[in-house]
Design a protein around this ligand. Structure first.
Ligand code: SAM
Ligand code: SF4
Length: 337
């Protein structure tokens, strides 16, 4: 009997949300150890044979693109530690239907990789940086690599990357002194900062509601210390960040208020882990095994069917703010942030 053809209907879940955005984790490894993400020592990484090859990722994305996925974000772990990453970027950009590709990185390896990645076609990057203070960077990441990150950012600006965004995790009792310097640095360098509320995705389960530095508190601080922040009304409702602009015209600031203002109602994202599991949410408990299909000789129709089924199972939203909340079984670095 002939295999049924792939339906190219959009990926719509039971709540009417259209899914066109895929986050791809290319490794669970990292060259630094942010304390809210990874333990300092003894991290057990996946065997290399468990990680999807570039061919497998590319095939999965081709199928996803045929179902309406148009936007990709490459992440990890730290994506720049994946060997030959520029090759993967070039392959993904070339897939018909993909019209946007961005990368989330700690930028420690950007001094070496900014040019090859640019040559591969990458333009949009989010650099993760919480502080401009060397001691505090060392304290947060357990590595003395601030200079490399700053050098990487400067090189990306020089090469013409854009837009460049900066991800700063907002932890109460820790990152308050960094908020204003990070915001000023971004204003001076034409970078949009995005403050991300600390989420319960750390390997050691150190998260606690009282450790979340809330978006509203940061808005109040920046409005007082720099210039009043005004919410931008007509932003893309499906983007996770709520965007503000400075009243004095000095740029924009984004807030990912996953804890205080969850944005699940507009979620359009799917996630592929580096070991080939498909997840409909960062906080999902269950995953669909795509690797078994990719390695088992399954036709594209079967991969498409798993994607569709995963979307159809998607829940309305995470329950961080309810007593029912169960943290996902894997930490952020193993899922893909
Ligand atoms: N290594 C890259 C990086 O750090 O940007 C990509 C992966 S990392 C898991 C993706 C993003 O997750 C980071 O930019 C960081 O801002 C964010 N992140 C990590 N742990 C977090 C946590 N517990 N709560 C909120 N955001 C977190
Ligand atoms: Fe590495 Fe990113 Fe996790 Fe920091 S947040 S430890 S850079 S994966």
């Amino acid at each position: 009997m002939a295999t049924p053809a792939i339906s190219h209907e959009p990926l719509i879940d039971t709540f009417g949300r259209v899914h066109d955005n895929l986050r791809i984790s290319v490794t669970d490894r990292c060259n630094i150890r942010c304390y809210y993400c990874m333990p300092e020592t003894g991290v057990e990484f996946m065997e290399r044979s468990e990680i999807l090859s570039f061919e497998e990722i590319e095939r999965f994305v081709r199928v996803a693109a045929s179902l309406g996925v148009t936007k990709l974000r490459v992440t990890g772990g730290e994506p720049l530690v994946r060997k030959d990453l520029p090759d993967l970027i070039a392959r993904l950009i070339a897939i018909p239907g993909i019209n946007d590709l961005a990368l989330t990185t700690n930028a420690v390896l950007m001094p070496q990789l900014a040019r090859p990645l640019y040559d591969a076609g990458l333009r949009r990057i989010n650099v993760h940086l919480d502080t401009l203070d060397r001691e505090r960077f060392l304290h947060i990441t357990r590595r003395d690599d601030l200079d490399k990150v700053l050098e990487g950012i400067a090189l990306c600006r020089e090469l013409g990357y854009g837009p460049i965004k900066l991800n700063a995790v907002a932890v109460k009792g820790l990152t308050e002194p960094d908020v204003v310097p990070i915001a000023r640095f971004c204003r001076e360098n034409n970078i949009e900062p995005r403050f991300i509320e600390f989420m319960p995705l750390d390997a050691q389960q150190i998260w606690d509601r009282n450790k979340v530095l809330l978006a509203d508190d940061i808005i109040a601080t920046l409005s007082r210390e720099i210039s009043p922040l005004i919410e931008i009304p007509d932003r893309d409702p499906r983007a996770p960040a709520t965007e503000y602009r400075y009243a004095d015209g000095g740029g924009r600031v984004g807030f990912i208020a996953s804890v205080s203002k969850p944005f699940c109602l507009n979620c359009n994202r799917l996630r592929l882990t580096s070991d080939g599991k498909l997840r409909y949410c960062l906080f999902a408990i269950e995953e669909a095994d795509v690797k078994a299909l990719l390695r088992g000789g399954a036709p594209d129709q079967d991969i498409a069917a798993v994607i569709r089924s995963n979307v159809s199972e998607k829940w309305l939203g995470h329950e961080i703010n309810s007593a029912k909340f169960v943290p996902p079984p894997r930490p952020m670095y193993a899922i893909g942030g």
